[in-house]
Design a protein around this ligand. Sequence first.
Ligand code: G6P
Ligand code: MG
Length: 215
Amino acid sequence: MIKGCIFDLDGVIVDTAKYHYLAWKELAESLGFAFTKKDNERLKGVSRMRSLDILLEIGKKNFDKETKLKFAENKNKKYLEYILKMTPDEILPGVIDFMNVLKNKNIKIALGSASKNAMTILNQLNLTNYFNAVIDGTKVSNAKPDPEVFLKGAEALNLKPEECLVFEDAEAGIEAAIKGRFKCVGIGSPEILSKANHIMPGFENIDFNEIISKL
Ligand code: G6P
Ligand code: MG
């Protein structure tokens, strides 16, 4: 029986990928190469430093660790400028209604995100109070597809993985959920998320009981 839901943040609750993209693109251009929206797909669900490595691989550039930390810090400063302008209207359609249904059913809610900016984003969106637990990039040492973030989420809710349902938009996140023995729902396109137990385009007009019946 499902007693808890663990939500990824970027791409599930809010579309922050567009801001990550703008900030990474600026870095790529300052280093003299182009970074496309298609390239940005490869960074979804991936940690900040791994994202930087992928970006530098695309531009065929090599830098020492210290320079890379500086690049990541500058990218994050730019990204923060965007997210500090976010408002609750950027919450993806249907998310709030869905979370209210969970609350009414006494289903616990956790966040399981790789982002170190997750608390800032939840605060910007006025969503913090919906969560019984928040596990983000500041609380885990192993990035998705390692299941650590979801296992810690379940533990914080005092639930077993089998009792929790994970919502994810990234392939690495679906893999993490499967490795942790969670049931998972992919948010987005079936081509990328085929391993999920159920796939849906978003939360608009989604009935919780119907999802459960499809797992
Ligand atoms: C999420 C996003 C990734 C991002 C990662 C780290 O998983 O999908 O694109 O790289 O979080 O985000 P941060 O805010 O810590 O740089
Ligand atoms: Mg995501």
